[in-house]
Design a protein around this ligand. Structure first.
Ligand code: KIV
Length: 258
C-alpha cells in the first residue's frame, strides 16, 4: 500500500525503490494497481499520448480534473499524483492554489508542477496551505519552445549546478517530492543523496528513489515515438493490431458472431 506520502517518505528512508506510471483512464488505473504500481501519475502527457497533440501545452485544467477524477476513484492502493497543466499556475501563487484545490477535490493526493527556481515562491505558498507538491525539473515539456525541443538538460557544469541549486531550493520551500526528467545520471544521484524528500526519475538513471514512465511507452503502444530512455515491455501495438485484424476478418467471413 503506497497510498500515502508517508509511505513514500518511509521507502526513501529504507532505501526501497518505488515505481510509478502514467494513467489517464479507469482500465489503465486498475491494471496498474493490480500490477503493484506504487504511484499513478495523471500526467499532462495525456495531451500527446491520449489526444495526439504535438506537445502538452493544449491540455486544460478541466481535462486534468476529468482524468484525475476517473483515475482516483478507480484505485485505492497507489499514490495519485496529478499535473498542473500549462497556464493554470504560473501567473501567481494564488492562481496555483485554485488550480491545486480543483485537482485535490478531483482526488489527487499530490500535484506536480513544472519549473525550477521561478516556482520556489509558489511551492512555499502552496505547502504553507497544505498542498503537497512534486516539483518537476530538468526537461520540462511545458517549456518546449523555450528549450527548443524535448532535449536533455543539465549537460554543462553550470546547468547541472543550477539544477542542483533549484532542487535544494524547491525542497527547502516545502516540495514533498522532486521529479527529474532527462538529466545526467550522476546529477540525479547527487540530488537524490542530498535531498530528504523522495526523488522520481525519468531518463535520469537508476539513482533516483523512484522511476516513472509513460504507460503507453511501456506497453509498446507508441512505436517510433517513445523517448530513447523509455523501456518497452510488450509489443502492445503489434498484439492489438493483430487481434483487431482477426476480428475484422471473422466479421467479414461470417465466423463472428458464430
Ligand atoms: O506528463 C507526464 O506524464 C509527465 C511524466 C512524463 C513525468 O510529466
Amino acid at each position: 500500500m503506497s497510498r500515502t506520502l508517508a509511505a513514500w517518505d518511509k521507502a526513501k528512508h529504507e532505501n526501497r525503490k518505488m515505481a510509478m506510471i502514467t494513467a489517464y483512464d479507469v482500465t489503465a488505473a486498475r491494471l496498474a494497481e493490480a500490477a503493484g504500481l506504487d504511484g499513478l501519475l495523471i500526467g499532462d502527457s495525456l495531451g500527446m499520448v491520449f489526444a495526439g497533440d504535438p506537445d502538452t501545452l493544449r491540455v486544460s485544467l478541466e481535462q486534468m480534473e476529468y482524468h484525475t477524477a476517473i483515475v482516483a476513484k478507480a484505485v485505492t492502493k497507489p499514490l495519485v499524483m496529478a499535473d498542473l497543466p500549462f497556464g493554470s499556475f504560473e501567473d501567481s501563487p494564488a492562481q496555483a492554489f485554485s488550480a491545486c484545490a480543483r485537482l485535490l477535490k478531483a482526488g489527487a493526493q499530490i500535484v506536480k508542477l513544472e519549473g525550477g527556481a521561478t516556482m520556489v515562491e509558489t511551492v512555499a505558498f502552496l505547502s504553507r496551505r497544505a498542498i503537497p507538491v512534486c516539483a518537476h525539473i530538468g526537461l520540462t515539456p511545458q517549456h518546449v519552445h523555450q528549450i527548443g525541443g524535448f532535449k536533455r538538460q543539465g549537460k554543462t557544469p553550470e546547468a547541472a549546478a543550477q539544477l542542483l541549486e533549484d532542487a535544494q531550493a524547491l525542497a527547502d520551500a516545502g516540495a514533498r517530492m522532486l521529479l527529474m526528467e532527462a538529466v545526467p545520471f550522476e546529477l540525479a544521484s547527487q540530488i537524490t543523496a542530498k535531498l530528504s524528500i523522495p526523488t522520481i526519475g525519468i531518463g535520469a538513471g537508476p539513482g533516483a528513489d523512484a522511476q516513472v514512465l509513460v504507460l503507453h511507452d511501456v506497453l509498446g503502444l507508441t512505436p517510433g515515438n517513445a523517448p530513447s530512455f523509455a523501456k518497452t515491455y510488450l509489443d502492445g501495438a503489434g498484439l492489438i493490431t493483430t487481434a483487431l485484424a482477426n476480428y475484422v476478418q471473422e466479421v467479414r467471413e461470417g465466423a463472428f458472431p458464430a
